[in-house]
Design a binder for this molecule. Sequence first.
Ligand code: ADP
Length: 277
Amino acid sequence: MFGRGSRGSRQAEQEAGYTAHLGAPVAVDSAVRLDAVTKTYGRGNSAVHALRGIDLSIPRSTFTAVMGPSGSGKSTFLHCAAGLDRPDAGRVLLGTDDLTRMKENDLTRLRRTRLGFVFQAFNLLPSLTVEKNVLLPLRLAGERADRRRAAEVLTMVGLDNHAGRRPAQLSGGQQQRVAIARALVTRPDVLFADEPTGALDTTTAAEVLTLLRRAVDDSGATIVMVTHDPVAASYADRVVFLAAGNLAGELYRPTPEAVAARMVDLSQVGARQGQAA
Ligand code: ADP
């Protein structure tokens, strides 16, 4: 009904993978792993505990959605997991590399070569053609402009005929598909998506989510997506919930209804805690 991609035995395998990794001291096949990640903004009375010791393993070739009420720590989680921000304590492992111990230069290079990013606002460069936008991560990483690879990822997102256009000549959905092609061009270990459908209508959002789902199922991509939309989350294999900086449960094979129900529970708990404070 919601146009999700193929599931079945692959889903069972992935779920087994998750289970094997939950709480395991060494997660062999994690694309990303957070160990006791803590992040606090400010100090003393005004300190905000955005993440309070997050332990989470994201297996390779899986699609994970991160949800939670506003202020629950989703952006902070994404920024720490993607090496855009440093936790105060704990570790973030990309494969076996500890991002929290890396120098800024190495981290920047790692983000360019091994991570992909998709944001709500597309963030394409208006003066560049679609093809040049897609090739940008390779350019920034000092690699050659592999036009065959650009054509390949543009074909994946159904825009191989639009390589010579500029972003302003495309619809919002098409622009986000270019952003996905750009994020995939380096074959990243993990693609991080922050509200990728936040600026799109329902039909276009479904197309973009189907593409992300396919990148996982057909190309083995690993995707971590922050969203507030239960329908978007239902495209994932697993939804991880955050509340007040803590992990607050997870759902496998999520349906929009189950995700929405869980979100209502979380916001009611939050409201009760707010009243008690
Ligand atoms: P979400 O993405 O779920 O809305 P955030 O990760 O943005 O949550 O924020 C978690 C908490 O940390 C919130 O209380 C927010 O106000 C606070 N916060 C986020 N960024 C900063 C910052 N740069 N300085 C101070 N507080 C921040």
